[in-house]
Write a protein that binds this ligand. Structure first.
Ligand SMILES: Cc1ncc(COP(=O)(O)O)c(C=O)c1O
Length: 374
């Protein structure tokens, strides 16, 4: 350890030391561009995007804006950059953003909103289904008072990563936005996996974003592109966001090369997300049938989208030392990569375009054998 991983056969990983191919369930970020996607990238028409002259970037931004029913889009390097640009465009130094305690923006973005923009995070408990209690939001909004920061922004997340990939429906999103707007606040949606929510709920993405002031969608997760996200909002919001992106060093030049993968992903890879959801549901069913493992999705073993979280309880199978870290290593020996969440004794497996239903059966068998190892 660490083993050398190199890419073979496009969607498989190979461990040179162990001479083994891996089924990679660590994240949907590990997907690799297919030959057709690479072809689309190679053939992309490009220009200087800082001058607004890259036709492929412009096309991608327009396509995404149309899909989410907003006026304009902005291509950014990553989901984190999209969220940070959004927060810094909506809010200024000393302003406050309300967000869930399990939000990606709170947990995993290096404190960027506070560190770079001086925006004060005010966290509220996330419910198991990814929502934040509306009364709790109302109580948290600050009255006008010189002692308080100004409540400026509410951040929501759909699907909700740490809440088991929960798909939050339009009723809640609309109600939360009504509340925020009635207090003069804007609402940003971290829609890194927005199309997973749309496919799982069987409704157009625009229905989820109709009350939002901005939304960020990742291309390099379930959609299978190698890089990039798009931030969408009104024309005037995106004009201001463009300046923030530039200040963060995110102005790219002939970015159409990578935007072409995004265009391809939007054309070809949205509908197929249902296959990832079906694979995740089967994986969850398999996990729940193994003694010592229990799915922790908010709806029992009914995993809503492509993220499968489960708890490891070695004591129930007579091995108290068998925790998530140990299980992760045992799985690796069996050719399956999955992330341990460490001290919480939970693990996460994520289905994606590189995972077949046969891989799922193999992974369930590996889990069973790893739990039985003595
Ligand atoms: C919900 C959510 N938002 C934002 C991000 C950030 O995306 P990136 O890794 O492209 O910065 C992630 C990444 O996993 C995510 O799960």
């Amino acid at each position: 350890m660490p083993a050398i991983l190199q890419n073979v056969n496009n969607n498989q990983w190979f461990d040179k030391e162990m001479q083994m191919e891996f089924i990679d369930l660590r994240s949907d970020t590990v997907t690799l561009p297919t030959d057709e996607m690479r072809q689309a990238m190679a053939n992309a028409t490009v220009g200087d995007d800082v001058y607004g002259e890259d036709p492929t970037v412009n096309r991608l931004q327009e396509m995404m804006a149309e899909l989410v029913g907003m006026e304009a889009g902005l291509f950014v390097a990553s989901g984190t950059m999209g969220n940070v640009v959004a927060v810094l465009t909506h809010a200024g130094r000393g302003d406050e953003m309300l967000l869930g305690d399990l939000a990606h923006t709170f947990l995993y973005e290096g404190g960027a909103a506070a560190g770079l923009g001086g925006v004060h995070p005010h966290i509220l408990p996330n419910e198991d289904d990814g929502t934040i209690d509306l009364d709790g939001i109302e109580r948290a909004i600050r009255p006008e008072n010189v002692h308080f920061p100004t409540s400026r922004l509410l951040c929501l997340e759909d699907t909700h990563n740490r809440c088991g990939g929960a798909a939050i429906g339009p009723e809640y999103l609309d109600a939360a936005a009504r509340l925020a707007h009635s207090h003069g606040m804007a609402v940003h949606l971290d829609g890194a996996r927005l199309f997973n929510a749309s496919v799982a709920l069987g409704i157009p993405a625009a229905q989820l974003t109709r009350s939002m002031d901005s939304v960020m969608i990742c291309l390099s997760k379930g959609l299978g592109a190698p890089v990039g996200s798009v931030l969408c909002g009104t024309r005037s919001f995106i004009d201001r966001a463009l300046r923030v992106r530039k200040v963060l060093g995110g102005g790219m030049r002939q970015a159409g090369i990578i935007a072409a993968a995004g265009v391809y992903a939007l054309e070809k890879n949205i509908d197929r997300l249902k296959e990832d959801h079906a694979n995740a549901a089967r994986l969850a069913e398999g996990i729940d049938s193994i003694p010592g493992l229990r799915c922790t999705s908010h709806d029992g073993s009914k995993v809503p989208t492509n993220l499968v979280y489960f708890a490891v309880d070695g004591a129930t199978v007579g091995d108290p030392s068998l925790n998530a870290d140990v299980l992760s290593l045992r799985l690796r020996k069996r050719g399956v990569l999955a992330n341990s969440l460490g001290s919480s004794n939970q693990m996460r497996m994520v289905t994606h375009i590189g995972i077949s239903s046969a891989d799922i059966e193999q992974s369930i068998a590996a889990l069973r054998s790893a739990m039985e190892e003595t």
